[in-house]
Design a protein around this ligand. Structure first.
Ligand SMILES: Nc1nc2c(c(=O)[nH]1)N[C@H]1C(S)=C(S)[C@@H](COP(=O)(O)O)O[C@H]1N2
Ligand SMILES: [Mo]
Length: 259
């Protein structure tokens, strides 16, 4: 029980074997005389480094994002970025209920695929209620349904040489098409799905119809909407400006936006 009550910082320090140093931290805080002694400062900063190292080691990239209940659903899932891709081609797809929409699966795969929405819906599905966090400072909770990306990649026979998955989108923002990418850990994460339904209804156009990525351990801009191609690559250097995403190429959004 007392273990559980320990602040996270001390738990991590204990895991790192720095019980003594960490145990004295609360006493040292506010005691300038001792804090100023170079030797003590050095020990404290060693502790900090150990904490950071242990934290990194403890961070589990395969851990699940929190899932919520139906009572937690946001009454309205706010759309952001493109709400309606411009152009006649997308309009025609929308008018026909996306009957002819294709998602190409290409690159480092043994069997390139061209999947219809019927194909996508016939695959094993996952439904999850998760919270979407946008860097612009808003969140929303929604229920998403679609096949795990891992299933799609397995169907295509993704090769061992693939290190990243690139998601290409149908919407143009200014000079370029939106795109995103992730590494294989996130690509194969059980909550990474290609969603075609939001809250038990077909995905609204504003939220990325007919198909959008849900990559639940990452910030909002990684969740590519209007996806029409999934590409397995060994390097991101030749994709866009080489930083792995539309916003990453343009402003200082991190490629790895883990949450
Ligand atoms: N194709 C495409 N995907 C996109 C965007 C976009 O403009 N175009 N915006 C991103 C951002 S910044 C966020 S927060 C989410 C918003 O998803 P939503 O519209 O369902 O809220 O989509 C992301 N994926
Ligand atoms: Mo966002």
């Amino acid at each position: 029980m007392s273990q559980i009550m320990l602040p996270r910082r001390q738990l991590i320090a204990r895991a790192g074997g720095l019980v003594a140093a960490a145990g004295t931290l609360p006493l040292l805080a506010g005691c300038d005389a001792i804090n100023d002694a170079p030797a003590v400062r050095k020990i404290l900063s060693m502790g900090e480094e150990m904490n950071r190292a242990s934290q990194r080691a403890l961070m589990d990239r395969n851990a699940l994002a929190r899932e919520f209940g139906r009572a937690d659903l946001s009454p309205y899932f706010r759309p952001n970025g493109t709400r309606l891709p411009a152009g006649a081609a997308y309009a025609a797809h929308a008018a026909s209920g996306f009957a002819d929409w294709r998602v190409k699966v290409t690159g480092l795969v043994a069997r390139p695929l061209s999947l219809s929405m019927t194909d996508i819906r016939a695959m094993p599905q996952r439904t999850q209620i998760t919270r979407h966090d946008c860097v612009e400072g808003w969140s929303a909770i929604g229920q998403w349904t679609g096949p795990p990306l891992s299933r799609i990649l397995a169907a295509a026979g993704v090769k061992d040489s693939a290190r990243y998955i690139v998601f290409r989108c149908a919407d143009r923002l200014g000079d370029a098409l939106y795109y995103e990418s992730c590494d294989m850990i996130d690509a194969l994460h059980p909550q990474t799905i290609m969603a075609w339904a939001l809250n038990d209804a077909l995905l609204p156009i504003a939220n990325g119809a007919p198909l959008r990525l849900r990559i639940e351990r990452q910030l909002g801009y990684k969740h590519a909407k209007y996806v029409n191609a999934i590409e397995a690559v060994a390097s991101l250097d030749q994709i866009g400006a080489g930083k792995g995403g539309y916003w990453e190429d343009r402003i200082d959004y991190e490629w790895y936006a883990g949450i």
